[in-house]
Design a protein around this ligand. Structure first.
Ligand SMILES: NC(=O)c1ccc[n+]([C@@H]2O[C@H](COP(=O)([O-])OP(=O)(O)OC[C@H]3O[C@@H](n4cnc5c(N)ncnc54)[C@H](OP(=O)(O)O)[C@@H]3O)[C@@H](O)[C@H]2O)c1
Length: 404
């Protein structure tokens, strides 16, 4: 199962809002075939594995390890469970059921009803962790939220003049590039756009660019900031892409092969903005999400719910101190990825500096997930809530995103 989970990871950043899935067929302790879901729009793990077996005989003792129960309904592809029932495989080991209401145990029931042996729950927590954005979106109707912060050893995110380039080294920045390439959307606050006019790029390849979301209650940033100019460049590069659009993906035909690329999206989130500003943003190409206010600022739980319904189930927030305070105050925050540079700046520009101070006894308690990782000269800490739960939970939202 561990091997199937590793295999599933190969689809990271390419399958959303659908889950990562790996499948490994084993006979007498030897792997005889593998399959995984490589990207949105491609065949699922199970039919890919079965295709590799075509023309080969399958030993009667063969056991199929699946990281997620097989789907049992017609989506863009026929139900995987039908393909499995048409195969001679009789033994299945499944890590976890699929929280999608169209499946939710039906794949397992179909296998068992047909007399197949199914062992359920092997490495279930690891398999859920693999698909945390998918499980969070299906169960809570919201996106998974990661805060990414780069700070000095004394917690500063900018120097006395406000400069924050570069706190961490080149390797940490490459790691951030990989995080950006795997998420669905990068979220920043108005303060960061006004001060840094950032690019928020993961690579120069527009077909891999996640959606950019700016939180700006009254639409005060420059609608023609660098993010908008880069977005227009991406749209221009992908202009030749054939018309089919499904959710956040565009179908592209290249050298007679069809593939799906990310649809460039640029979103500004406001709370009841003035009409004149709306028009300026619309002219510059922005999508405007008008969300409810929470104490005069954007309701961040509504943001995570809206993102999930838009098929953006994995948000990477790159917050300044004000947005850190907003997220840690109301949630939801699933984890913080804290890059710590061995530098000391002093001053008052700490990443938690805008939070209301707490007494030690009521400190927000975090747990370290996994080992602390050295990234070049810097350190990377992953902070979650106790036992891997959300650091700051959100109350349950309705309306999860539908699988596309
Ligand atoms: N080292 C790092 O990891 C890192 C990362 C990002 C930024 N930075 C640095 O941080 C500085 C900017 O930080 P900042 O604190 O001024 O601004 P910020 O956190 O980037 O943005 C804050 C703004 O977002 C808007 N916002 C909307 N809804 C919100 C909510 N619910 N909670 C909080 N804010 C909300 C507010 O403006 P409205 O009220 O007008 O909507 C608020 O002023 C820059 O110096 C930048 O370089 C460092």
């Amino acid at each position: 199962m561990r091997q199937a989970i590793e295999l599933a990871r190969r689809g990271e950043g390419a399958t959303s809002p659908n889950p990562l899935v790996g499948a490994v067929l084993v006979s007498r302790g030897r792997v005889i075939a593998e399959g995984y879901h490589p990207r949105f729009g491609a065949a699922h793990a199970e039919p890919r594995l079965l295709a590799k077996l075509s023309g080969r005989s399958i030993p009667p003792d063969a056991e199929l390890f699946l990281t997620l129960e097989p789907c049992s309904y017609h989506g863009k592809t026929p139900p995987c469970v039908d393909a499995l029932l048409a195969s001679p495989i009789r033994r299945f080991v499944v890590a976890t059921t699929d929280p999608n209401p169209k499946v939710r145990g039906r794949g397992i029931t179909a296998l068992r009803r047909a007399g197949r042996q199914v062992r359920l729950g092997v490495l279930a927590s690891e398999a859920k962790l693999l698909n945390l954005p998918y499980f969070t979106s299906r169960r809570e109707g919201r996106a998974r939220v990661t805060l990414k912060i780069a700070s000095t050893a004394d917690g500063m995110v900018a120097d006395f003049g406000g400069g924050s380039r570069w706190i961490t080294g080149a390797q940490a920045r490459r790691e951030v590039g990989r995080l950006r390439a795997r998420c669905d959307a990068i979220v920043v606050g108005r303060g960061t756009v006004e001060r840094d006019d950032p690019r928020l790029r993961s690579s120069t390849n527009p077909s891999r660019s996640p959606t950019r979301i700016v939180l700006d209650s009254r639409l005060r940033v420059d609608p023609n900031c660098r993010l908008a100019r880069l977005w227009r460049e991406d749209v221009g590069v992908l202009a030749g892409t054939s018309g089919t659009q499904v959710g956040n993906w565009l179908q592209s035909e290249e050298r007679r092969s069809v593939r799906w690329v990310r649809r460039p999206r640029l979103v500004v989130v406001a709370a009841d903005p003035p009409a004149r500003r709306r028009a300026a943003f619309e002219r510059a190409g922005w999508e405007i999400w008008n969300l409810p206010a929470d104490s005069g600022r954007i309701d961040l739980r509504a943001l995570a719910g809206r993102a999930s319904r838009e098929g953006l189930i994995d948000l990477l927030v790159e917050p300044g101190p004000a947005l850190v305070a907003g997220f840690l105050g109301s949630g939801p925050v699933d984890r913080i990825l804290l890059f710590l540079a061995p530098k000391i700046l002093g001053g008052k520009r700490g990443w938690s500096g805008s939070m209301a101070p707490r007494a030690l006894g009521s400190a927000l308690r975090a747990a370290l997930r996994g080992p602390t990782k050295a990234v070049g000269p810097d350190l990377l800490l992953e902070l979650t809530g106790p036992r891997g739960r959300a650091l700051v939970p959100a109350s349950r939202l309705r309306n999860g995103v539908d699988s596309l």
